[in-house]
Write a protein that binds this ligand. Structure first.
Ligand code: B16
Ligand code: MG
Length: 218
């Protein structure tokens, strides 16, 4: 008898499991104001999934702004402090609708659950949401040298769950995350809008009403 292959679901955090992506946007918007740049929602799509330092590099490039190393460091710290203030009361009520049921169903079907988030605040958020124990593997911004759209974090997640990359499904709300996972031929499920996540294999608005059998054969 042929065994079913090992399969893994790799979840992004911000914008997939919880709506902290809005807090990242608001924190960047405040920091951008200080340097005279008006960050639009449209431009913010390009910051999703992108690590903190690279976000500021992009903002400086878009606004043609030059800053000293010291100013950069201080703005990065300011952004993170504003963000951390937004998430200080985050709790299990802040899980996106349906995502917990979806993850629990996947576990019942012997699918490994991994997280790959660019955020260095990821573990703290998983603890606050009280879901950290559901993940077999957690990769965050502290564990990778190359940020999304580089596939490094996705590859580590596949290796640590002992899953072939072709048997991994990635749930992502960012253009950069979808691009990274596609480089490894992982199956990509965009969470958000089809207009933004043009390259995802399928796109859903969220996990409400989404079943595992809509994604893979169980
Ligand atoms: P931090 P994800 C990403 O998380 C966010 O989408 C992105 O907007 C943010 O800049 C990045 O984390 C870094 O976050 O400043 O907390 O380290 O979507 O990959 O879960
Ligand atoms: Mg995200």
């Amino acid at each position: 008898m042929i065994n079913k292959p090992n399969r893994a679901f790799i979840f992004d955090l911000d914008g997939v499991i919880t709506q902290t992506s809005e807090y990242h946007f608001m924190a960047w918007k405040t920091v951008c104001k200080k340097i005279g740049y008006d960050l639009t929602r449209e431009k913010n799509e390009e910051l999703k999934g992108v690590n903190r330092n690279k976000c500021l590099d992009l903002i400086m490039e878009w606004g043609k702004i030059r800053l000293s190393e010291k100013e950069i460091e201080s703005l990065l710290e300011a952004k993170n402090n504003i963000y951390k203030d937004y998430i200080k009361d985050l709790n299990e009520n802040d899980l996106c609708e349906g995502v917990l049921n979806f993850i629990n169903d996947a576990i019942k079907n012997n699918i490994k659950i991994a997280l790959y988030s660019a955020s260095r605040n990821a573990k703290r958020i998983l603890c606050q949401l009280k879901i950290i124990d559901l993940f077999t593997v957690i990769i965050d911004g502290n564990n990778v040298s190359n940020a999304k759209p580089d596939p490094e974090g996705f590859k580590i997640a596949a290796d640590l769950t002992k899953t072939n990359t072709k048997d991994c499904v990635v749930f992502e709300d960012s253009i950069s995350g979808i691009e990274g996972a596609k480089k490894l031929n992982m199956y990509t499920v965009g969470i958000g809008s089809r207009d933004v996540l043009k390259n995802a294999d399928v796109v859903y608005k969220g996990f409400k009403n989404l079943k595992i059998k809509d994604i893979i054969n169980v």
